[in-house]
Design a protein around this ligand. Structure first.
Ligand SMILES: [Fe+2]
Length: 204
Protein backbone atom coordinates (compact mmCIF):
# COMPACT_ATOMS: atom_id res chain seq x y z
CA UNK A 1 0.00 0.00 0.00
CA UNK A 2 1.48 3.36 -0.94
CA UNK A 3 1.55 6.58 1.10
CA UNK A 4 -1.53 8.07 -0.56
CA UNK A 5 -3.56 5.01 0.45
CA UNK A 6 -2.27 4.98 4.00
CA UNK A 7 -2.75 8.72 4.41
CA UNK A 8 0.86 9.56 5.23
CA UNK A 9 2.39 12.78 3.97
CA UNK A 10 4.98 11.89 1.37
CA UNK A 11 6.75 14.84 -0.20
CA UNK A 12 8.24 12.71 -3.00
CA UNK A 13 4.79 11.74 -4.24
CA UNK A 14 3.67 15.37 -4.00
CA UNK A 15 6.68 16.59 -5.92
CA UNK A 16 6.19 14.02 -8.68
CA UNK A 17 2.53 14.91 -9.14
CA UNK A 18 3.19 18.63 -8.94
CA UNK A 19 6.01 18.43 -11.48
CA UNK A 20 3.64 16.64 -13.85
CA UNK A 21 0.91 19.23 -13.34
CA UNK A 22 3.29 22.17 -13.81
CA UNK A 23 4.50 20.71 -17.12
CA UNK A 24 0.89 20.43 -18.32
CA UNK A 25 0.21 24.05 -17.29
CA UNK A 26 3.33 25.26 -19.09
CA UNK A 27 2.36 23.46 -22.30
CA UNK A 28 -1.10 25.04 -22.09
CA UNK A 29 0.22 28.52 -21.32
CA UNK A 30 3.76 28.87 -22.71
CA UNK A 31 3.57 32.66 -22.41
CA UNK A 32 4.06 32.31 -18.70
CA UNK A 33 6.74 29.64 -18.97
CA UNK A 34 8.65 29.57 -15.71
CA UNK A 35 6.16 31.88 -13.94
CA UNK A 36 4.83 29.13 -11.68
CA UNK A 37 8.27 27.93 -10.65
CA UNK A 38 9.49 31.45 -9.87
CA UNK A 39 6.34 32.21 -7.84
CA UNK A 40 6.93 29.00 -5.92
CA UNK A 41 10.59 29.87 -5.33
CA UNK A 42 9.77 33.31 -3.93
CA UNK A 43 6.75 32.06 -1.93
CA UNK A 44 8.92 29.42 -0.34
CA UNK A 45 11.67 31.93 0.52
CA UNK A 46 9.05 34.21 2.15
CA UNK A 47 7.43 31.31 4.04
CA UNK A 48 10.78 30.25 5.51
CA UNK A 49 11.20 33.70 7.08
CA UNK A 50 7.99 33.15 9.07
CA UNK A 51 9.38 29.99 10.63
CA UNK A 52 6.42 27.91 9.49
CA UNK A 53 6.56 24.12 9.83
CA UNK A 54 8.38 22.16 7.14
CA UNK A 55 5.05 20.71 6.03
CA UNK A 56 3.48 24.17 5.67
CA UNK A 57 6.50 25.38 3.69
CA UNK A 58 6.23 22.33 1.41
CA UNK A 59 2.51 22.99 0.84
CA UNK A 60 3.22 26.65 -0.02
CA UNK A 61 5.95 25.55 -2.42
CA UNK A 62 3.49 23.24 -4.18
CA UNK A 63 0.68 25.80 -4.13
CA UNK A 64 3.05 28.28 -5.81
CA UNK A 65 3.74 25.85 -8.64
CA UNK A 66 0.09 24.99 -9.34
CA UNK A 67 -1.62 28.25 -8.31
CA UNK A 68 -2.71 28.90 -11.91
CA UNK A 69 -3.79 25.32 -12.69
CA UNK A 70 -7.29 26.62 -13.46
CA UNK A 71 -5.93 28.34 -16.58
CA UNK A 72 -6.03 24.91 -18.21
CA UNK A 73 -9.73 25.66 -18.85
CA UNK A 74 -9.26 29.22 -20.15
CA UNK A 75 -9.18 29.65 -23.97
CA UNK A 76 -5.61 30.02 -25.26
CA UNK A 77 -6.56 33.08 -27.34
CA UNK A 78 -7.51 34.92 -24.15
CA UNK A 79 -4.47 33.72 -22.15
CA UNK A 80 -2.06 34.76 -24.89
CA UNK A 81 -3.84 37.86 -26.13
CA UNK A 82 -1.47 40.77 -26.64
CA UNK A 83 -2.74 44.10 -25.36
CA UNK A 84 -5.55 44.97 -22.99
CA UNK A 85 -8.25 42.43 -22.23
CA UNK A 86 -11.92 43.30 -22.75
CA UNK A 87 -14.13 43.23 -19.63
CA UNK A 88 -15.66 39.92 -20.72
CA UNK A 89 -12.22 38.38 -21.34
CA UNK A 90 -11.01 39.46 -17.90
CA UNK A 91 -14.11 37.93 -16.31
CA UNK A 92 -13.21 34.63 -18.03
CA UNK A 93 -9.62 34.86 -16.76
CA UNK A 94 -10.90 35.40 -13.22
CA UNK A 95 -12.58 32.02 -13.32
CA UNK A 96 -9.19 30.26 -13.18
CA UNK A 97 -9.21 30.61 -9.38
CA UNK A 98 -12.50 28.73 -8.92
CA UNK A 99 -11.70 26.19 -11.64
CA UNK A 100 -8.31 25.46 -10.03
CA UNK A 101 -9.95 25.04 -6.63
CA UNK A 102 -12.54 22.66 -8.03
CA UNK A 103 -9.93 20.60 -9.90
CA UNK A 104 -8.03 19.94 -6.67
CA UNK A 105 -11.18 19.39 -4.63
CA UNK A 106 -12.48 16.84 -7.13
CA UNK A 107 -9.43 14.57 -6.89
CA UNK A 108 -8.52 11.84 -4.43
CA UNK A 109 -5.75 14.17 -3.29
CA UNK A 110 -8.25 16.57 -1.70
CA UNK A 111 -7.47 15.25 1.78
CA UNK A 112 -3.86 16.38 1.35
CA UNK A 113 -4.47 19.27 -0.97
CA UNK A 114 -7.12 21.15 1.07
CA UNK A 115 -4.77 23.98 2.12
CA UNK A 116 -3.39 24.13 -1.41
CA UNK A 117 -6.89 24.35 -2.89
CA UNK A 118 -7.64 27.35 -0.67
CA UNK A 119 -4.42 29.08 -1.77
CA UNK A 120 -5.37 28.52 -5.40
CA UNK A 121 -8.85 29.90 -4.77
CA UNK A 122 -7.65 32.98 -2.87
CA UNK A 123 -4.40 34.02 -4.56
CA UNK A 124 -6.08 37.02 -6.28
CA UNK A 125 -7.94 38.20 -3.18
CA UNK A 126 -6.79 41.55 -1.75
CA UNK A 127 -6.85 42.50 1.90
CA UNK A 128 -9.14 45.50 1.31
CA UNK A 129 -11.72 43.19 -0.25
CA UNK A 130 -11.22 44.43 -3.83
CA UNK A 131 -9.82 41.16 -5.17
CA UNK A 132 -11.47 38.12 -6.74
CA UNK A 133 -13.25 35.72 -6.91
CA UNK A 134 -15.06 36.45 -3.63
CA UNK A 135 -13.86 39.89 -2.54
CA UNK A 136 -12.57 38.50 0.76
CA UNK A 137 -11.06 40.87 3.32
CA UNK A 138 -7.80 40.27 5.15
CA UNK A 139 -9.05 38.13 8.02
CA UNK A 140 -10.83 35.78 5.59
CA UNK A 141 -7.75 35.12 3.44
CA UNK A 142 -5.37 32.33 4.44
CA UNK A 143 -1.78 33.24 5.20
CA UNK A 144 -0.34 31.01 2.42
CA UNK A 145 -2.65 32.74 -0.09
CA UNK A 146 -1.33 36.14 1.09
CA UNK A 147 2.24 34.93 0.51
CA UNK A 148 1.45 33.63 -2.98
CA UNK A 149 -0.38 36.86 -3.86
CA UNK A 150 2.76 38.91 -3.16
CA UNK A 151 5.10 36.47 -4.91
CA UNK A 152 2.71 36.34 -7.89
CA UNK A 153 2.58 40.10 -8.45
CA UNK A 154 6.33 40.56 -7.97
CA UNK A 155 7.09 37.84 -10.49
CA UNK A 156 4.40 38.97 -12.93
CA UNK A 157 5.64 42.58 -12.98
CA UNK A 158 9.31 41.62 -13.16
CA UNK A 159 8.94 39.51 -16.29
CA UNK A 160 7.37 39.84 -19.74
CA UNK A 161 3.65 39.18 -20.24
CA UNK A 162 1.72 38.78 -23.51
CA UNK A 163 -0.03 42.09 -22.86
CA UNK A 164 3.06 44.14 -21.88
CA UNK A 165 6.87 44.09 -21.70
CA UNK A 166 8.70 43.32 -18.44
CA UNK A 167 8.47 46.17 -15.93
CA UNK A 168 11.44 45.08 -13.82
CA UNK A 169 12.02 44.23 -10.18
CA UNK A 170 12.27 47.87 -8.98
CA UNK A 171 8.77 48.63 -10.28
CA UNK A 172 7.45 45.38 -8.79
CA UNK A 173 8.86 46.14 -5.34
CA UNK A 174 7.51 49.68 -5.52
CA UNK A 175 4.06 48.28 -6.33
CA UNK A 176 3.93 45.98 -3.29
CA UNK A 177 5.31 48.78 -1.13
CA UNK A 178 2.65 51.26 -2.36
CA UNK A 179 -0.15 48.70 -1.94
CA UNK A 180 1.02 47.39 1.43
CA UNK A 181 -1.93 47.03 3.79
CA UNK A 182 -4.28 47.87 0.91
CA UNK A 183 -3.87 44.92 -1.45
CA UNK A 184 -1.09 42.98 0.24
CA UNK A 185 -0.42 41.77 3.78
CA UNK A 186 2.08 44.13 5.41
CA UNK A 187 4.12 41.37 7.11
CA UNK A 188 4.49 39.51 3.83
CA UNK A 189 5.45 42.68 1.96
CA UNK A 190 8.10 43.57 4.55
CA UNK A 191 9.66 40.12 4.35
CA UNK A 192 9.60 40.17 0.55
CA UNK A 193 11.22 43.62 0.37
CA UNK A 194 13.86 42.50 2.86
CA UNK A 195 14.63 39.40 0.79
CA UNK A 196 15.37 41.47 -2.30
CA UNK A 197 16.95 44.51 -0.67
CA UNK A 198 19.19 42.96 1.97
CA UNK A 199 19.27 39.20 1.38
CA UNK A 200 19.94 39.65 -2.36
CA UNK A 201 17.21 37.20 -3.37
CA UNK A 202 17.25 36.42 -7.10
CA UNK A 203 14.83 34.47 -9.25
CA UNK A 204 16.52 31.34 -10.60
FE1 LIG B 1 -3.60 33.51 -11.03
Amino acid sequence: MNSIETGRFNINIYNGIVDLISKIIEIRDPYTLGHEKRVSQLSCAIAKKFKLSQEDISLIKIAGIIHDIGKIAIPAEILGKPGKLATYEFSVIKEHTIIGYEIIKSTKLKKFMGPIANSILQHHEKIDGSGYPHGLKSNMITFPAKIIAVADVVEAMTFHRPYRPALGIKTALKEISNKKNIFYDSRVVDVCLNLFETKKFQFS
